[in-house]
Design a protein around this ligand. Structure first.
Ligand code: ZN
Length: 327
């Protein structure tokens, strides 16, 4: 038997063993899509199992009946902030969204940012847009011009659409902000957003990631303090969710996880912690883990878009190749 035949036999045997044990594919009812009423909350560096811990401990948002149990949203590339949020907000892999790591990224091409696409498609409608970040330097923000060719000097469609083109909404992307400041800005912005027929909002908190890094810098294995910050973010999100009408589609996600030696990991960092989180207030495909790129697809579908049809060639190919449809 040559090697190929051997592998084939092995594959058939493995399939025969596995197939009867695979669970039946669950196909939940599609979410009702009527316009665009979407709020995406970001908790930077929240690992999925810690989110599950928050849920079991009664974290105000994650344990509430309005959110389904959190699932794992994995990074396709390195587990860092820039690639994480870029994958989420483009629904594309790094070679297409051009964000490879925290130091190496270029301007996302026009029409690739999911929020930008939605704003463009709702031109003339009563759509209110919100972009508020706690971490000043995430992809999607306007950054100070550096003279370098788009490196650390780029801005993206969100800024163009909300600020330059004068669409309705608020944009607070340039600086880093503490959790309370993000909460205050978001409270006002969401209060205004829900007065409109349609809205698409992103509210991103810098914690628990920020405190995780502080702990590492101070050579402290401070899982407990990290979890305290995660709880704080979770309660801010619960308070913000209370402002939203029940027909709002809520997505709660993170860009990557965070590891602690005290929890059995090999380091105190998120250099290899691709286990971000995804929780929603609507039924999704029942999957043990999903790709972060699927979150972008999800946002776009919730707004009534068809990810397979609207991306320009050759990028359409990537939309078909990457990311599963969760609704
Ligand atoms: Zn980080």
């Amino acid at each position: 038997m040559d090697r190929r035949d051997f592998l084939k036999t092995l594959g058939v045997a493995a399939a025969a063993t596995l197939i009867p044990t695979l669970p039946k594919t669950v196909r939940p009812a599609r979410a009702e899509i009527a316009g665009c009423r979407i709020v995406v909350f970001g908790a930077d560096g929240l690992r999925v199992d810690y989110a599950q811990t928050l849920r079991s401990q009664g974290g105000p948002a994650l344990s509430s009946s309005s959110l389904n149990p959190p699932t794992c949203a994995t990074c396709g590339g390195v587990s860092m902030t820039q690639p994480g949020w870029a994958a989420i907000w483009s629904a594309l892999p790094a070679e297409m969204n051009r964000c490879w790591d925290n130091a190496k990224y270029r301007k996302m091409r026009p029409g690739h940012h999911v929020m930008e696409k939605i704003i463009s498609e709702y031109t003339g409608d009563d759509l209110y847009s919100v972009w508020i970040v706690g971490k000043g330097n995430i992809v999607g923000n306007k950054l100070k011009p550096s003279g370098l060719k788009y490196r650390k000097g780029s801005h993206y469609g969100v800024y163009e659409k909300i600020v330059v083109e004068g669409k309705q909404g608020v944009y607070y992307g340039d600086e880093s902000r503490d959790n309370d400041t993000v909460y205050g800005l978001a409270h006002d912005a969401l209060t205004e957003a829900v007065r409109h027929d349609d809205f698409i909002c992103f509210v991103q908190f810098h914690d628990p990631d920020k405190h995780g890094h502080w702990a590492v810098k101070n050579e402290s294995d401070d899982y407990g303090a990290y979890m305290q910050r995660a709880w704080e973010v979770d309660s801010h999100i619960a308070n913000l969710m209370a402002l939203l009408p029940s027909d709002t589609n809520v997505i709660y996600c993170s860009d990557h996880g965070f590891d602690f030696k005290s929890q059995g990991d090999t380091r105190n960092n998120h250099g290899y912690s691709p286990y971000g989180v995804l929780a929603t207030n609507f039924t999704m495909l029942d999957a043990p883990f999903v790709s972060q790129m699927s979150i972008g697809r999800l946002i776009y579908k919730l707004a009534g878009g068809d990810p397979n049809r609207t991306q320009r060639s050759p990028d359409r190919r990537f939309y078909r190749m990457f990311g599963e449809d969760l609704i």
